[in-house]
Design a protein around this ligand. Structure first.
Ligand SMILES: [Zn+2]
Length: 310
């Protein structure tokens, strides 16, 4: 076996789909496939699919003359990385699923279980837009908002597996209700879904966040107002993040980052206005797209492997 033959079986499990890959230790993807999660079948069926897909990938690697050395799985929600347990997930339905041990038993490979945004941040910090920064805050903005704080290539997990919930920073005490049950959280104002919802509420017509960004850029006053409100709330959240973490680079990922300069130009200005003595971080778009979770799951598995072999 030469080192070039080694691959990691990597899965990024979301509420609707699973991104799966065989990843080399240098981060190169040698094979990728996608499967439906179909979460409506219930958590047991989803776990069955995860194990089947992982086993299939390990088999595919061997058939191609490669050597699977580890397995990394990323899932949303609350994840206890130390115990390898998917503690809770609203969109996949996990409740205390010992996914790491289940996969280790099925595949016979060292396995790591990670949080989807945290491993995505790991990948962006080590291989993507935060490369060479050392201290990185990765913020994923989509239906919700979550973050990962990565220092020297390692993402903080938190005492209870719930670090990085920047979407639940209180930014507007009188704001709209958040899914967590409290009003005024950042994600209730500035997530892609919140932007669409707010625009629909004021205009009476449905729109996606991307459409709101387009209409704001075209000069529609209502869209401009909704977009500005979201950007200002985001800047409030990021300023809090910078006060806490003092990072060199903030990497914005998720669907909203695709708005490009329409997001980044006003957000950079609004963030600058809010910083006093804190140093301004570089604010950049994520570079790895929706592959970040899979790559990060592979990196986490390799980290675990390195620790175990020490
Ligand atoms: Zn909340």
């Amino acid at each position: 076996m030469t080192p070039g033959d080694e691959v990691v079986v990597a899965l990024d499990v979301g509420g609707t789909g699973m991104k799966c890959a065989l990843v080399r230790p240098d981060g190169a993807t040698v094979h990728a496939e996608r499967h439906a999660t179909d979460a409506a079948r219930g958590p047991e069926a989803v776990v069955g699919t995860i194990l089947d897909v992982a086993e299939g990938l390990a088999g595919k690697a061997r058939a191609d003359g490669l050597t699977p050395v580890a397995c990394g799985i990323a899932v949303p929600g609350v994840v206890d990385e130390a115990r390898g347990v998917a503690v809770w997930s609203a969109n996949v339905g996990f409740r205390d699923v010992p996914l790491r041990d289940l996969a280790r038993e099925r595949l016979g490979l060292p396995t790591a279980l990670g949080h989807d945004v945290r491993v995505g941040g790991l990948a962006e910090a080590r291989l993507g837009a935060g490369r060479d920064a050392g201290h990185v805050l990765f913020v994923a903005i989509g239906t919700g908002i979550a973050a990962a704080h990565v220092v020297d290539g390692s993402a903080a997990v938190g005492a209870h597996g719930a670090a990085g919930e920047i979407g639940h920073i209180l930014v507007r005490p009188d704001g709209p209700p958040c899914g967590c049950g409290r009003p005024g959280c950042l994600e209730a104002v500035a997530s892609a879904s919140a932007i669409g919802r707010r625009y629909a509420e004021l205009s009476g017509a449905p729109a996606t966040a991307a459409e709101v960004a387009d209409r704001a850029a075209a000069g529609e006053p209502l869209a401009g107002r909704v977009w500005r409100e979201a950007v200002e709330a985001l800047a409030d959240g990021l300023a809090t993040g910078q006060a806490l973490f003092d990072v060199a680079t903030i990497v914005i990922g998720g669907g909203l980052a695709q708005a490009g300069p329409r997001l980044f130009d006003p957000l950079r200005t609004a963030l600058r206005e809010r910083l006093t003595f804190h140093r301004e971080p570089r604010l950049v778009a994520a570079a790895l797209g929706d592959e970040a979770g899979c790559l990060g799951a592979a990196l986490l598995a390799l980290d675990t492997l390195a620790k175990e072999s020490r």
